[in-house]
Design a protein around this ligand. Structure first.
Ligand SMILES: Cc1cc2nc3c(=O)[nH]c(=O)nc-3n(C[C@H](O)[C@H](O)[C@H](O)COP(=O)(O)OP(=O)(O)OC[C@H]3O[C@@H](n4cnc5c(N)ncnc54)[C@H](O)[C@@H]3O)c2cc1C
Length: 309
């Protein structure tokens, strides 16, 4: 199969799956790979809007540094297909308990039935309302120096976003550039940043100035353009789905699903992994959490099957 060709199929409501995985990006497809290899009947439903949507290259994933995120997902889809995993392109509108486990309602498809559910619904980036930001996002603008610091190194870097994080992130960015301008609100204590040689800009950004997707600077509220060649926006991700809320699962203080290291949530039979649980995960962390949860979930099913013998 061509690596870019989606491995989509349309199961019927009479199909019974061991596991339904909502979200088919790094965490969900990694869990599917482990469960497929454990000879589980697995269905993955994916709406196709991962947290890193619009990013041209993913960095730091071992053996695939610099690959396009879409290619990484396509490769994973090919791999899970080998083990008979079903992948549906679609959006899950609701998950509810039934006598056999869970009913998974997929928009435009028949309902699916599965014994266990994995929420791999990721995070969502709500960009600040700044004209021009979308045009540079994923190229000259990003949110994490560990993902994109190398590519933006030694440029004049601007920093905007969550004021609780700007002072610390400004200091972290000194590893990638000696020329940093941090946009800080009037009440934000930037003394430690200034000691580290960071320029503090107290005027309010109103527009990203860009030409053909290349960042030129940031226009502030008096009309001045503060020049920069790279931009970091801190503190962005929010939970990618409210399905956990519908299931009555406990959330953490930031609205992400509360789950332990094995992905176990407060609702029996419901697991949560990847950025649905921790938005600070990079791709390796998302893959690791998918693997851990898949193993634990499989043990859970093995015990249930043995008890029924
Ligand atoms: C701008 C940016 C750049 C990044 N760059 C890098 C990088 O270079 N290297 C790196 O290691 N990490 C990078 N990351 C982090 C990386 O994107 C995440 O670690 C990774 O995407 C998390 O994977 P995930 O599977 O947990 O969730 P996601 O990738 O967010 O995927 C969740 C999936 O679930 C789907 N979904 C949600 N709700 C439903 C529903 N109801 N029904 C069906 N499907 C649903 C979504 O559409 C999505 O496809 C970056 C993040 C951002 C924001």
């Amino acid at each position: 199969m061509d690596a870019t060709e989606p491995a989509t199929s349309t199961p019927s409501s009479t199909d019974r799956f061991d596991v339904a995985i909502v979200g088919g990006s790094m965490a969900g497809l990694t869990a599917a790979l482990v469960l497929g290899r454990a000879r589980r009947r697995v269905v993955v439903i994916d709406a196709g809007h991962p947290m890193n949507e619009g990013v041209a290259h993913s960095q730091g994933f071992p053996t695939r540094d610099g690959v396009a995120p879409t290619e990484l997902v396509a490769l994973l889809r090919d791999e899970v297909a080998v083990y008979g995993v079903t992948v549906i392109d679609g959006r899950v509108g609701a998950v509810a308990r039934n006598d056999e486990g869970f009913t998974v309602a997929v928009d435009g498809h028949e309902d699916l039935v599965a014994r266990r559910v994995v929420l791999a619904t990721g995070g969502r980036v709500d960009l600040p309302d700044l004209p021009g930001l979308a045009e540079v996002w994923g190229g000259d603008a990003a949110n994490c120096p560990y993902c994109h610091g190398w590519e933006l190194q030694d440029r004049r870097l601007a920093l905007i976003g969550d004021q609780t994080k700007v002072p610390m992130m400004a200091r972290i960015l000194t590893q990638w550039s000696d020329d940093i301008v941090a946009f800080a609100g009037a009440a934000t204590d930037m003394a430690a940043a200034e000691q580290a040689g960071i320029e503090v800009e107290r005027r309010v950004p109103v527009r990203i100035v860009q030409t053909g997707g290349r960042l030129q600077g940031i226009e502030v509220d008096d009309g001045t353009v503060v020049p920069c060649g790279g931009l970091f926006v801190v503190g962005l991700p929010v939970a990618g789905s409210s399905l956990a809320v519908g299931l009555g699962a406990a959330l953490d203080e930031h609205g992400f699903v509360a789950a332990d290291r094995e992905g176990v949530t407060s609702v029996p039979g419901v697991y949560a992994i990847g950025s649905a649980v921790d938005p600070t995960h990079q791709l390796t962390g998302a893959a690791d959490s998918g693997t851990r949860a898949a193993r634990w979930l499989n043990h859970d099913l093995i015990e249930e099957d043995l008890a029924a013998r």
